[in-house]
Design a protein around this ligand. Structure first.
Ligand code: TXA
Ligand code: MG
Length: 339
């Protein structure tokens, strides 16, 4: 399949019209959002949604997020809208927040991975919302990477993974946030954080009070343990390089890697301490790390890195999302030095 590429920043009308034509005829189109690029199809079209799973190589039981451009679209998609969802939508939509509710009969089982719930998000990216409104259907879209690879924050990385697999990639430039949306389930008694992301836990709790944090956010699921979010159980965000997350001070870290033939993933300004180093943001700024984390994982591959030791981010604010992605990219290979 030939994969066409259109930049929506310079060729807007063409981008919207081609995206619409393809999506309404049951095809998959890569679209920019403020978090990461998504692989979008008409959420009501079961056959189109099936093509997303094929393009990504994604397991069928891993459900997709349904993207809307207006609040009025939510009504038809869910059984009912819990009070706390209304409060959260008011505060954080459009934005990097995905909320899980009981699904309505209109959501095909392919979208929800066979679950009776559906994940909904209203993206902040104007390009994403323009594409959704122009198509006038909600769009089911996972991140636009091959299953298991780092999520793409630039169209060139979508092209790397999806060239020949989908008919169209819409370029909207670099994603503003760089990690995916925060996923919260509103199905149980208490809201539960399933995936930390662009909206921080602190921000959420300042609006609706304490919520539960799913065990899989910070820990590896043990064999046989059921995943609240099916995505949590699969290998994720992994570059070709072998990554180890190293907790502890910079001094301890330097000591530990001193005689090793390796690459280092560090913070801005620390590069001078190492032979092969790549920075993924400022040490005290989770937002800058979020913007760089997936790119730096792909850059390490471009640099030919085989063994990588990564400095561990602080877990506050956006740092929690960065840590969650980094430990998955490392296959939960975490050590502590300098104790
Ligand atoms: O920022 C984002 O959320 C991006 C952009 C494209 O919007 N999308 C994204 O989708 O990250 P994806 O498919 O890569 O991740 C969605 C996550 C998966 O871990 C999936 O298992 C979980 O959300 N999820 C989706 N629907 C769910 C449901 N009904 N119940 C539990 N988890 C669900
Ligand atoms: Mg993904």
């Amino acid at each position: 399949m030939y994969t066409e590429y259109i930049d929506i920043r310079t060729d807007r009308k063409n981008a919207l019209e081609k995206a619409k034509r393809l999506i309404l005829s049951g095809e998959v189109v890569a679209v920019p959002t403020e978090t990461v690029y998504g692989l979008a199809a008409n959420a009501f079209d079961e056959k189109a949604v099936a093509k997303i799973f094929v393009a990504k190589g994604r397991p069928q039981d891993n459900p997709l997020i349904v993207h809307i451009s207006e609040l009025s679209q939510l009504d038809g998609l869910v059984e009912e809208i819990p009070e706390k969802v209304k409060i959260m939508a008011e505060k954080f939509w459009p934005g990097p927040l995905t909320m899980i509710m009981k699904k309505s009969g209109k959501i095909p089982s392919a979208v929800s991975g066979g679950l009776d719930t559906v994940a909904i998000r209203m993206p902040k990216s104007e390009y994403a919302r323009d594409i959704i409104s122009f198509c006038s259907v909600p769009l089911a879209a996972p991140s636009a990477n091959l299953s298991g690879s780092p999520s793409p924050t630039r169209a060139k990385y979508v092209m790397e993974d999806m060239n020949g697999r989908i008919p169209l990639i819409i370029d909207g430039g670099e994603c503003e946030i760089g990690v995916e949306s925060t996923v919260i389930s509103f199905v149980g008694e208490k809201p539960r954080l399933l995936r930390p992301g662009g909206v921080t836990l602190e921000q959420i709790e300042s609006v609706i009070g304490k919520i539960d944090v799913d065990n899989a956010v910070l820990n590896k699921l043990e064999q046989g343990q059921k995943a609240a979010s099916p995505g949590m159980k699969y290998k994720h965000y992994a570059p070709k390089a072998d990554i180890t997350v190293v907790k502890g001070s910079l001094e301890g870290f330097c000591d530990f890697v001193k005689d090793k033939n390796c690459f280092v993933l560090c913070f801005d300004g620390e590069e001078k301490n190492f032979k092969n180093a790549l920075s993924y943001g400022k040490i005290d700024d989770g937002q800058s790390q979020a913007k760089r984390i997936f790119d730096s994982l792909r850059e390490l591959d471009e640099m030919g890195a085989k063994t990588v030791y990564a400095r561990c981010p602080d877990l506050k604010g956006m740092g929690l999302a960065v840590y969650n992605r980094l430990i998955r990219s490392a296959g939960f290979n975490i050590i502590e030095v300098g104790k």
